[in-house]
Design a protein around this ligand. Structure first.
Ligand code: SAH
Length: 370
């Protein structure tokens, strides 16, 4: 079946082409995605023709540069179905995708050149990762990955970025509800997260593992936002691992602003790239509650979130706010390219006067499309 045989698709493409501006285009795309989403929810009612039509529409929307946040598996399974006859269309889509990649890269190179000012010395996380990703691509060789692999990677990459953005722009409680509603999203998020991390020269969690190995193994640890609980798996300490959702029964699932731990119970509180929610001060407050006097607070965060030159928080202001919460700053490590490390100790005696703390805003860490 040629593309021209799909009337709905042709109408959609011509609607998009007739849009006068980006806003109109976005509205038309949103409308279409809403329609497709509804149709895919009740997949039984879809004919094979309709399924194909919607998948083509999603691919087209994707090629326009929008994130397509659902229907990935439908698209992938449809394209991989043995009966799927349009092999040559795969090739065609692949060509279009490559062309759009080249265009995007050219536009970025152009933007990069014209932006090469003082501030550009401070790279954004996505740019670093992008170059690392490109290296990996050239090492892996694009020829060896199939069309399907590429589609899968692109579609789930978009989905990961969408969930990631959601987590940085809502409260912990909202994030908990979001994952409770659809726990599968958590796996999508973590697959994408591990993919991003695999391009970092060093993993912050490994530095924290090393720190714990250099200290007494009898220290009790709380890992706030533990992800796949790598920390607990790599140290001898007793570790309480917290996250919003997990397949791992050793992980306690909750919003970490409200853990089931007793007050003054743990020796080390760890936040490794997990200060995501807009209410992040309440996570630190919870750590302050559960830590013993003189207990350690270790924070690893994405460097770009603390770069005032690019809209990030001033690390000194952040540190000061934590001290006002009842901590003493012990040391800071800015030597790593991708993340910063902050070490605090809980004060032995807490100030009885509760002062309103002025927390700096922490900008979201948004990963760029590759
Ligand atoms: N610390 C891990 C994972 C970092 S990803 C590592 O370094 O590998 C950040 C994690 O924080 C995610 O798994 C996310 O689900 C979790 N997280 C974010 N907000 C949370 C909250 N309010 N409560 C519990 N976990 C949270």
């Amino acid at each position: 079946m040629a593309l021209s045989g799909m009337r709905g698709l042709s109408v959609f493409i011509s609607d998009i082409r007739n849009c006068q501006n980006k806003e109109q285009e976005r509205l038309r795309v949103d409308k279409e995605l809403g329609n497709i989403r509804t149709r895919f929810k009740n997949e039984k009612g879809l004919t094979p023709y309709e399924k194909k039509k919607y998948v083509w529409k999603m691919l087209y929307i994707y090629m326009l540069g929008y994130d397509v946040d659902f229907g990935h598996m439908e698209a992938v399974s449809l394209i991989s179905a043995p009966k799927y006859p349009e092999k040559q269309l795969e090739v065609r889509i692949e060509r279009v995708m490559e062309r759009s990649d080249r265009k995007r890269k050219r536009a970025r190179r152009h933007k990069h050149r014209s932006n090469q000012t003082e501030t550009n010395k401070h790279k954004k996380i996505g740019e670093d990762e992008e170059s690392a990703a490109n290296n990996t691509k050239s090492q892996g060789g694009s020829k060896s990955s199939t069309f399907l692999d590429k589609m899968r990677a692109r579609l789930s990459g978009g989905h990961f970025r969408m969930i990631n953005e959601k987590l940085y722009t809502c409260t912990g409680n909202e994030a908990l509800d979001y994952f409770k509603e659809d726990p599968a999203l958590f796996n999508v998020y973590h697959t994408g997260y591990q993919e991003q991390m695999s391009h970092w020269p060093e993993q912050p969690v490994n530095i924290i593992v090393k720190w714990l190995k250099d200290h007494n193994p009898s220290l009790i640890v709380a890992d706030f936002g533990c992800g796949d609980a790598r920390l607990a798996r790599n140290v001898k300490n007793k570790v309480f691992s917290f996250d919003l959702v997990s397949n791992d029964p050793s992980v306690i699932t909750c919003d970490m602003s409200n853990t089931p731990l007793d007050s003054s119970f743990i020796d080390v509180a760890v936040f490794c790239l997990s200060l995501m929610g807009t209410n992040f001060p309440s996570y630190l407050q919870e750590a302050q509650r559960v830590l013993k006097p003189c207990g350690w607070l270790l924070i690893a965060e994405v460097k770009s979130r603390f770069d005032p030159n690019t809209g990030g928080a001033d690390p000194d202001r952040f540190s000061k706010a934590i001290c006002e919460l009842g901590f003493t700053s012990v040391s800071k490590d800015f030597s790593n390219k991708m993340f910063i490390l902050l070490y605090f100790k809980k004060k032995e005696k807490q100030n009885s006067k509760v002062k309103e703390i002025e927390w700096p805003e922490l900008k979201p860490c948004l990963y760029k499309r590759r």
